[in-house]
Design a binder for this molecule. Structure first.
Ligand SMILES: Nc1ncnc2c1ncn2[C@@H]1O[C@H](COP(=O)(O)OP(=O)(O)OP(=O)(O)O)[C@@H](O)[C@H]1O
Ligand SMILES: [Mg+2]
Length: 272
């Protein structure tokens, strides 16, 4: 059955776009037909993640304004068969997107697509609400493990709840093993429990993520920890029961127990 999935956050910069592109590719490589809808008007990024920046002719707002057909705007991703992109407009503002038209576009896409992943703009203002009003089947909220992001994601979850939409699932990004082990950072499980959201995935901080962006490539093309995390999320989305390795709570080897890696002490420069 076709699923539209809105990928959102409270605070910006938590990894929505990076994750949407890689998750879309991971689902397509499992044999699903996937469309990524870049709904971050004015700040489009999915074309770059997917190496399609020179292939964009029409965009989502052109479809909304009926300046082109949906088929004309959709771009096949040659490196990932089964994955297509509906790019965001580079110049239009979020207010150019109308919930009713967007809902109709999703409805048409659902006829030919297994997963529609919608990359939303930062924040919980009008753009987020317009996308929510179009009514996605699933909402996935992304947070990093810091108080500011967690507070904003809680706010986003309460807006979703007020609109009687399905309860969002949570992905915690940029987790650090050692900081969790030394109780400086909360684990993904504890964040999800505190927010009363079901945990869909946990992704470690991984330098390969940034390096892959510099290469205009996807991090799932490289052997890295973030790759494994996204493949597990894709598996869970398709209904597989994949256990959580629980970053920060893995068994520690004897060597590591004897010679623990210490987190460098942070020295305050405040004069009291
Ligand atoms: N697991 C990770 N490890 C290391 N860096 C990461 C990880 N996830 C994301 N990043 C980095 O975080 C930055 C922001 O990512 P991204 O643009 O995907 O966030 P966003 O939520 O889409 O931002 P915005 O709200 O502005 O749209 C990027 O530089 C990316 O490389
Ligand atoms: Mg983004």
């Amino acid at each position: 059955m076709s699923q539209s999935v809105l990928i959102a956050s409270g605070k910006g910069g938590v990894g929505k776009s990076t994750l949407t592109a890689n998750l879309g590719a991971a689902l397509a490589r499992r044999g699903a037909s996937v469309v990524i809808v870049d709904a971050d008007m004015g700040l489009r990024s999915q074309d770059t993640f997917l190496g399609l920046e020179n292939a964009v002719v029409f965009d989502l707002i052109d479809v909304v304004n009926k300046d082109c057909t949906l088929d004309q705007a959709l771009i096949e991703c040659p490196s990932v068969p089964g994955l297509r992109l509906l790019p965001a407009s580079q110049f239009a503002r979020m207010r150019a997107l109308d919930s009713d038209r967007f809902r109709k576009i999703l409805k048409i896409l659902k006829i030919t697509t297994d997963y529609i992943l919608i990359d939303s703009p930062a924040g919980i203002e009008k753009g987020f609400r317009t996308l929510l009003n179009a009514g996605a089947d699933q909402i996935v909220l992304i947070t990093t493990p810091d108080d500011l992001c967690i507070r904003d994601v809680e706010h986003a979850a309460s807006i979703v709840e007020n609109k009687s939409l399905p309860r969002p699932r949570l992905i915690v990004n940029r987790l650090d093993n050692e900081l969790i082990r030394q109780h400086e950072m909360p684990s993904a499980r504890s964040i999800a429990d505190n927010l009363d959201l079901s945990l869909l995935g946990e992704i470690p901080e991984d330098p390969v993520v940034y390096r892959s962006i510099l290469r205009h490539s996807l991090f799932i093309n490289y052997d890295c920890k973030a790759r494994g995390a996204v493949l597990r999320i894709a598996g869970r989305m398709t209904g597989e029961m994949i256990p959580f390795p629980e970053i920060g709570t893995e068994k520690v080897s004897l060597i590591r127990r004897l010679f623990p890696k210490t987190v460098k002490e942070v020295t305050s420069l405040d004069r009291h």
